[in-house]
Design a protein around this ligand. Structure first.
Ligand code: NDP
Length: 330
């Protein structure tokens, strides 16, 4: 059956401006880091992308290395895009990144012009796209002059491969410098993509202020701390969870500790009193900043996307709730 998007897809999603740009992003965006790779069922990936778009999620976030194996999330997306979403290209904001290791040798990672331009060309091919909407430098490169990395982003826009550029996980000072170079080149920095959630508040110590001053948008990745900020780990580690599947990576054993679970339990009680699930409260908490353009979630099931979007029904926090939350995560 050809995909027919829901005619009501724009009825309930809200859209926020990315910094001082003209681009509006859905308040909730969907990332394809996990569960869209070559090892994952294509039909589940398709169902998630369709449901997301039907709920007004117009922004899908990718990177060259998403999978596994690296590159396969782009291939999955490309297949589904060509079958389902091609007629709706102008309703979509598709982002991509390069910075982490993608191919062997000295030109397959970090921030050189050589790597970034080759990578976007490979990514466009895998996704079957003529251009992406946003292209990011995925991480700062301590050994490449920032002028070169930002110059490559500017070239990528001027050559028609991307419409806007962004940076990810740059410090406030690196952000300020990158923004100045990009401004001078005439390709303003649209957006910054940092990790931000109840257990990782680093952006509150300078980055959010810098972004507000520079007029750069902010899209927070891992708002659920990869699933820890949900009720799924309260009793045990479910077999189909990311923690079980990636037990040996990202120090998962250190992440789901009894102390963490105790904190999650207390946060869960506050969420319940608000009439929300913990996942919904965690998303609302990230979105409480006026400068937060979007919460960039991941999902392994359609139901998780539906639950996330329903968080928008209650984004307000009382001072008392915020103080209670601060005390738990202090
Ligand atoms: P989240 O913190 O939203 O975690 C998503 C995971 O949490 C899901 O895959 C699922 O895992 C679990 N989950 C989601 N909803 C629920 C729910 N209602 N109940 C129980 N479990 C739930 O985000 P991600 O860490 O996935 O990151 C999101 C996106 O951010 C990525 O896809 C990517 O686009 C971007 N990103 C960017 C980075 C960068 O360096 N710029 C780095 C990392 C991510 P499970 O499999 O256990 O069900």
């Amino acid at each position: 059956m050809p995909y027919q998007p829901s005619p009501t897809r724009y009825n309930s999603m809200s859209y926020r401006r990315s910094g001082r740009s003209g681009l509006l992003l859905p308040t909730i965006s969907l990332g394809l880091w996990y569960n869209f790779g070559g090892i994952d069922p294509l039909e589940n990936a398709r169902a998630m992308l369709r449901r997301a778009f039907d709920l007004g999620i117009t922004h899908f976030d990718l990177a060259n290395n998403y999978g596994p194996p690296p590159g396969s999330a782009e291939e999955t997306f490309g297949r589904i895009f060509s079958q389902d979403f091609k007629p709706y290209r102008d309703e979509l904001v598709i982002s991509n990144k390069a910075g982490y290791t993608m191919w062997p040798g000295p030109y397959g990672e970090w921030g050189s012009r050589k790597y970034l331009v080759a990578s976007i060309d490979q990514s466009l091919k895998r996704m079957g796209l003529d251009y992406v909407d946003i292209f990011y430098s995925h991480r700062p490169d301590p050994h490449t002059p920032l002028e070169e990395t930002m110059g490559a982003l500017d070239f990528i826009v001027r050559s028609g491969r991307a419409l806007y550029v962004g940076i990810s996980t740059y410090s406030p000072e690196q952000t300020r410098q990158a923004a100045a170079i990009l401004r001078q080149l005439g390709t303003p920095c649209l957006i910054h993509q940092p990790r931000y959630n109840l257990f990782d508040r680093w952006i509150e110590h300078g980055l959010l202020d810098t972004l507000a001053e520079e007029g750069i948008g902010c899209i927070a990745f891992s708002p659920l701390d990869q699933g820890i900020l949900t009720d799924k780990y309260l009793r045990a580690i479910p077999e189909d969870s990311r923690a079980a599947k990636l037990a040996n990576q990202f120090h998962w054993g250190d992440k789901v500790t009894p102390e963490r679970v105790a904190q999650v339990q207390q946060l869960n009680a506050i969420a319940e009193a608000r009439g929300q699930s913990l996942a919904q409260m965690a998303i609302a908490w990230v979105l409480r900043h006026p400068g937060m353009s979007s919460a960039l979630i991941g999902a392994s099931k359609v139901g998780q996307i539906e639950e996330a979007v329903a968080a928008l029904d209650n984004l307000a926090f009382s001072e008392v709730e915020l103080a209670q939350i601060d005390a738990i995560i202090a």
